[in-house]
Design a protein around this ligand. Structure first.
Ligand code: SF4
Length: 235
């Protein structure tokens, strides 16, 4: 199911050239505030990142970091996680939503990594997406953060900000991802999803976007539409 986002009245989709120019200006501003963005999940290699990202579905990064701090002290590799076993793994992650399913997937993906990839997290998208519990978003995060690829992972925050600003409107995460890749200048692609996640998490919040302190409000469709509506009410 596509993440939900609030838009007052959908603004007509702007031409790609216009969205491209706005995206460039938006990333220029967001990157100036945070030149070297990284995930807030704590990890030390591709495997621990993969585990943390799988655990982060329906959970905050803070809660995941708390659980993985203990887990990675005893099981920081796929072999160690397999040795720990599903039942004991559950004890480490039981504070997180869907922990039973996540523990099951983590054991299955550890087994696949050991048996099919020599104990190393594969670097190819197709191989990553074949691992149990790993979808396109998780693969994009791992490719970007652990392997330095310029992928754009679309989570609920990225989906919302892309739609509200209007730079990459879409009904599904995949549609938004494709449009973001089209309009994001190459030099911003590696950091793009980090900047949009952080902006969505701390400023362009789901229920009540903080438009009054938003550094990109003059580039945002949602703001223009809302401002025009407010002006209409006052006249
Ligand atoms: S002005 Fe900023 S906070 Fe408000 S909807 Fe647009 S991007 Fe989000």
């Amino acid at each position: 199911m596509a993440p939900r986002t609030a838009r007052p009245t959908p603004a007509p989709t702007a031409p790609e050239s216009e969205r491209r120019a706005r995206a460039e200006a938006i990333f220029a501003r967001l990157s100036a505030a945070r030149p070297d963005p990284h995930t807030e999940l704590v990890y030390k290699d591709p495997f621990t990142l993969l585990v943390a990202v799988v655990l982060s579905a329906q959970a905050t990064d803070k809660a995941v970091n708390k659980a993985t701090e203990r887990l990675f002290a005893v099981a920081p590799t796929p072999r160690a996680l397999l040795a720990l076993g599903e039942e004991r793994l559950r004890e480490y992650v039981k504070s997180l939503g869907f922990f039973r399913n996540k523990a099951k997937n983590l054991i299955a993906l550890s087994r696949a990594i050991v048996e099919e990839h020599g104990g190393e997290v594969p670097r190819a998208r197709e191989a990553l997406e074949r691992l149990p519990g790993v979808g396109r978003k998780t693969a994009n995060v791992v490719l970007n953060e652990a392997f330095g690829e310029p992928t754009i992972a679309v989570d609920t925050h990225v989906f919302r900000v892309a739609n509200r600003t209007g730079i990459a409107p879409g009904k599904t995460p995949l549609e938004v991802e494709k449009k973001l890749l089209e309009v994001t200048p190459e030099r911003f692609r590696k950091g793009a999803h980090h900047w949009l996640i952080l902006h969505g998490r701390y400023v362009c919040k789901a229920r009540k976007p903080a438009c009054d302190r938003c550094p990109i409000s003059d580039l945002c469709d949602y703001y223009r539409t809302t401002a025009a509506k407010e002006a209409g009410k006052g006249s």
